[in-house]
Write a protein that binds this ligand. Structure first.
Ligand SMILES: Nc1ncnc2c1ncn2[C@@H]1O[C@H](COP(=O)(O)OP(=O)(O)O)[C@@H](O)[C@H]1O
Length: 345
């Protein structure tokens, strides 16, 4: 009679599946350092301009919220840099998993949602250019924004609270710190965030298709007028195309790759037995690379205001000029500043 012997093959605890390679510990910290320096300077400058613009249109309110979200996101980079470069203590790495990463994701989805809202607003403005706003509608909009911040905060908070498993090892992953309920919540949040992203992507595409259609109609009208009266300026078709294309391109480059990479990575975090160590590392590296592209958005947003929004540049110029020439302040006035932001996105 052959006795059956049960053999347990010890694959090893998950923390033995090390993530440290040269790319992760040096290249990414360097890349995030570049983003931190650029992001802080550009968003600081954008905030400085926006602080001087009264919140009298939906558009300016949305842009101000994006600047706030981008600044908070940029401030989380130093913690990630220290943790990724293995320069952080255990306590600091726990802080990254519990607080700074959660804040990072929160601000990322705030930006995505506001991109969607801005597209709807620009679409409305293009199709019905003479429909203005009222204090009541502005109040509704501010309540909506408060609701968005609060809901995303409420969704993220359990990711802070349920990341509470004590860990003595110095090489842990964020998922190692999560209690079972924490892992389930993490998975749920990632599903909700996928819906937020793809929903907004569709909104942005549809809105910009409608905007381009309207712009072309108006382009043809103006060109006809231009031919009838040769002295007038016709808009450049190429610049219309470039503006519309650039906003979409930023959205695609920054966010689409991450949302594809996030799906298998979240599965590898929650269904630990489904993949082997090598596959897990591959999904992790894919997620980290695409996450950097998402972080790049915090630098590209202000560049969009600066380079594409001609009137933002002129507003900036006015602000700089005004500080130099205090006497001329009233002449430049708020009207031109208000008008400044009414373009592009
Ligand atoms: N979309 C999200 N919204 C809020 N918090 C999130 C989101 N995705 C992940 N988190 C939280 O951010 C922290 C880091 O998550 P993640 O990047 O998946 O882990 P790791 O850094 O180990 O790869 C975790 O606490 C996680 O629950």
């Amino acid at each position: 009679k052959i006795n059956s012997i049960s053999v347990t093959i010890v694959v090893g605890p998950s923390f033995l599946c090390f993530r440290n390679d040269i790319g992760m510990t040096t290249v990414f910290p360097l890349l995030y350092t570049v983003l931190f320096i650029l992001g802080l300077s550009l968003n600081g400058l954008a905030a400085w301009v926006f602080l001087r613009i009264p919140s009298k249109s939906h558009f300016s309110i949305y842009l101000k919220n994006i600047v706030v979200a981008d600044i908070i996101m940029t401030l989380t980079f130093p913690f990630k840099i220290l943790a990724d470069a293995n320069l952080a203590s255990v306590g600091e790495r726990v802080f990254v998993c519990r607080v700074s990463s959660v804040l990072f994701y929160l601000t990322m989805y705030i930006s995505i949602l506001f991109f969607g809202l801005i597209s709807i607003d620009r679409c409305r403005k293009t199709i019905w250019p003479f429909v203005g706003t009222s204090p009541r509608r502005l109040l509704h909009r501010k309540l909506l924004l408060g609701f968005i911040w609060t809901s995303l905060l409420a969704l993220s908070l359990p990711n802070v609270i349920l990341t509470s498993r004590p860990n003595t090892s110095s090489r842990f992953k964020c998922s190692d710190l999560k209690i079972e309920m924490g892992l389930k919540w993490h998975e749920l949040v990632n599903h909700v965030c996928q819906v937020i992203f793809w929903g907004n992507l569709v909104t942005v595409i549809v809105c910009y298709m409608l905007i381009s259609k309207e712009l072309y109609k108006s382009y043809d009208r103006t060109r006809a007028q231009h031919q009838a009266r040769p002295g007038t300026n016709a808009p450049h078709k190429k610049s219309i195309q470039a503006n519309v294309f650039l906003v979409l391109a930023v959205f695609f480059v920054c966010f689409v790759p991450f949302h594809f990479a996030r799906v298998p990575y979240t599965i590898s975090q929650t269904q630990v037995r489904m993949f082997n160590c090598q596959q897990k590392l591959f999904f992790f590296q894919l997620k980290e690379s695409t996450l950097w592209l998402s972080s790049l958005n915090s630098v590209l947003d202000p560049l969009i205001y600066f380079f594409l929004c001609k009137s933002f540049r002129s507003s900036l110029y006015i602000q700089l000029h005004r500080d130099k020439q205090e006497n001329n302040r009233i002449n430049y006035g708020t009207i031109s500043t208000m008008e400044t932001v009414q373009i592009l996105l």
